[in-house]
Design a protein around this ligand. Structure first.
Ligand SMILES: Cc1ncc(COP(=O)(O)O)c(C=O)c1O
Length: 407
């Protein structure tokens, strides 16, 4: 039986000193969920009460090699012995920029920041600085961060914050052409995510013809193609997520997985946007900290050495096959969408994620931490035992949905 005594006490204390008790994407996604986490190792995590789960959220993406990966932790510890936040970056900043330029096909240079929002915002600023134009096109409903120009909640923002945005529909080239037409001579950039991974909806892989169409449109308009690889980067491919699609962006935004859980973001770009990148003023007190950069170098090397992208895909496919077989055996109609390493499960006809909530809560009780309204993440640390335990939990979760439906 899962106990959440310590968690309940922490929530009570948090209520008085943290607005709303918690905020942002890590607010517990349901009553069954613990809010506070103690730690993790490999593909296992523990909540504040010490309950153990197989981690299918990976800190919402940052943990790609598994929690406390030995090579990453050793590199971070070695750098921490020397220094972290100093009067200038460590030599490791150049090592990391070189490694990213060598690893990501479209990249001729790299800049660093802390969060994905920093990186997507910088991409827009660089595109504007380079082109001297204002308008940015984004897909309707896509998430690019929490700054006023892109936050999904309007509270505290002004219409002016979004005055230079135009909207299109993912995978619908005609809608992009229409939005580009409306931007006229003022189109600075088109921002796109590698696939449609909007929270709460079935996921949609990119149509390669759509990706090629965006590239052609940006070329003909002299605008930047910006790939928001914050969520997918280094999970789908060891390079930009659109390399397998055959389309290179001008600028790409990265964060989450690049340092296996340490706070780091990157903007990568090609030579056509180097001057614009050099002209803007962007910085932050902690942007040049050496420890996350050392962790990133170790992460990228380990991803290569361990063929981690392949390992994740194999485990992701095994998870998908297992879950779909269970759904069939319980005679439940589900949709399992997204790439196997970043899947999402919905139930046919599910109103307001009711069945998704029942499923996720029971999976949690059975020891699998997944999410009812957000894509899941598979890490390279998932072993056969982890997978077996996760599948045991999802089988119980389907049983709970069946029971909930009263049949
Ligand atoms: C596609 C995408 N872009 C940008 C962001 C913003 O990143 P951060 O939360 O690190 O600011 C996220 C975060 O989930 C994301 O998924």
């Amino acid at each position: 039986m899962t106990e959440h005594t310590a968690d309940r006490q922490l929530r009570e204390r948090a209520k008085s000193v943290i607005p709303g008790g918690m905020y942002g994407h890590q607010a517990a996604p349901g009553a069954a969920y613990p809010q506070f986490m103690r730690g993790g190792r490999g593909a296992r995590i523990w909540d504040a009460d010490g309950n153990e789960y197989v981690d299918l959220m990976c800190s919402y993406g940052p943990v790609v090699l598994g929690h406390r990966h030995p090579a990453v932790e050793a590199a971070a510890a070695e750098q921490a012995e020397l220094g972290d936040c100093q009067n200038g970056p460590g030599p490791v900043m150049v090592d990391l920029a070189e490694l990213l330029v060598a690893t990501v096909r479209h990249a001729d240079w790299a800049m660093f920041a802390k969060n994905g929002t920093d990186a997507t915002t910088m991409c827009c600023t660089i595109a504007r600085a380079q082109t001297g134009r204002s308008k940015i096109l984004v897909a309707r409903g896509a998430y690019h961060g929490a700054a006023p120009w892109c936050t999904p909640r309007p509270a505290g923002t002004t219409p002016q914050d979004r005055a230079n945005l135009g909207y299109y529909t993912f995978n619908d080239l005609a809608s992009v052409r229409q939005a580009a037409e409306a931007a006229g001579d003022d189109l600075a950039a088109i921002v796109v995510s590698p696939f449609k991974h909007d929270a709460g909806y079935d996921q949609e892989l990119v149509d390669p013809a759509f990706a090629r169409g965006l590239r052609g449109l940006c070329d003909s308009k002299g605008a930047a193609l910006v790939l928001d690889d914050v969520r997918c980067g280094f999970r789908l491919h060891l390079g930009s997520s659109w390399e397998p699609v055959g389309v290179d962006p001008d600028l790409s935004a990265w964060s989450k997985a690049i340092a296996n859980g340490r706070a780091l973001a990157a903007v990568l770009g090609n030579d056509a946007f180097r001057d614009g990148a050099g002209d803007i003023f962007v910085t932050g007190s902690f942007w040049f900290s050496a420890v996350p950069m050392a962790a990133a170098v170790a992460t990228i090397r380990s991803l290569k050495e361990e063929s981690a992208v392949e390992a994740m895909r194999r485990q992701g496919e095994a998870l998908r096959d297992g879950i779909l077989a269970q759904a069939r055996s319980w005679d439940l109609a589900v949709r399992y969408t997204g790439p196997p390493v970043m899947p999402y499960l919905t139930f046919a006809g599910d109103q307001d994620h009711e069945l998704g909530g029942v499923f996720a809560a029971q999976a949690l009780r059975g020891g699998a931490y997944l999410h009812p309204r957000h894509n899941w993440f598979v890490s390279a640390a998932m072993t056969g035992d982890d997978l077996a335990l996760a599948l045991e939990a999802t089988d119980q979760a389907f049983a709970a949905v069946r029971k909930h439906l009263g049949q």
